[in-house]
Design a protein around this ligand. Structure first.
Ligand SMILES: [Mn+2]
Length: 248
């Protein structure tokens, strides 16, 4: 299977509050990354609950995965369910009040990706010569950038870049960004948390992927690079290459 996964605490944090889920079953592959936060070290509880909810619902879903409309709705619903579960846990257990998480999850069926997203983790499509971002960060700096108040470089290094405008677990209802993306044979996908993207620029991520070719080598070097630049945050990534060309 042409997929590599890495989750690294980084150089400065004692705990890794990121979590991921990645499973390939037949013609379907499920990807999810989550970056937990807050509530007296309960960030890892929130991010784990997010990816576990995705895994459970995907594995027990009685839906027709070849129906595009059904799959589209399903991706939105599983993220909403993850939000409800985390919100419920946070409301039941003192010490978990205020915990939350990002969640970027995709179901790839044949050559079509059904993507759902909340927070500032990211999904990218890797083509022959570009890294195309498929998600929009739900963060204060992204909004300031869209309003023209920050340059992309200023946003990437901004001291308040961690402030999210949307996260799972903080409100009973959540708005989920959903998207359908048709991939070309040979395209790749990268799901990652901000511990990678705040330290390694898109052009460099693309360069490393192209130089290494194989996902394991590229994933290892991406983590190394983030750590070499300080590794201030947990770093998690799922990299799948040569989709539609892989043997299985
Ligand atoms: Mn992070």
């Amino acid at each position: 299977m042409n997929i590599a996964v890495r989750s690294d605490a980084g150089k400065e944090r004692l705990r890794n509050e990121d979590n991921y889920y990645c499973k390939k079953t037949g013609e379907m592959t499920v990807f999810a990354v989550a970056d937990g936060m807050g509530g007296h070290a309960a960030g890892d509880v929130a991010s784990l609950q997010a990816v576990e909810t995705i895994g459970e619902l995907v594995e027990t879903a009685g839906i027709d995965f070849s129906s595009s409309a059904e799959l589209f709705k399903f991706v939105e619903n599983i993220i909403k369910q993850a939000n409800s579960n985390i919100y419920f846990t946070a409301s039941q257990e003192s010490g978990k009040v205020g915990m939350g998480t990002t969640l970027t999850a995709g179901i790839l069926f044949k050559q079509t990706l059904y993507l759902g997203h909340v927070g500032d983790s990211r999904a990218y499509r890797v083509t022959e010569n570009s890294l195309e971002r498929l998600t929009r960060d739900h963060s204060m700096v992204e909004e300031m950038m869209e309003e023209g108040r920050l340059s992309p470089e200023e946003a990437r290094l901004h001291p308040q870049r961690n402030i999210l405008t949307r996260a799972l677990g903080t409100f009973p209802e959540i708005e989920v960004d959903i998207k359908r993306v048709n991939l070309e044979p040979g395209d790749g996908l990268l799901f990652c948390t901000d511990g990678l993207t705040s330290l390694v620029e898109d052009e460099e991520i693309l360069r490393i992927i192209k130089e290494e070719q194989d996902p394991e080598g590229a994933a290892a070097r991406l983590v190394e690079n983030a750590n070499a630049r300080g590794g201030y945050d947990n770093i998690t990534l799922i990299l799948s290459l040569d989709i539609g060309r892989q043997e299985n």
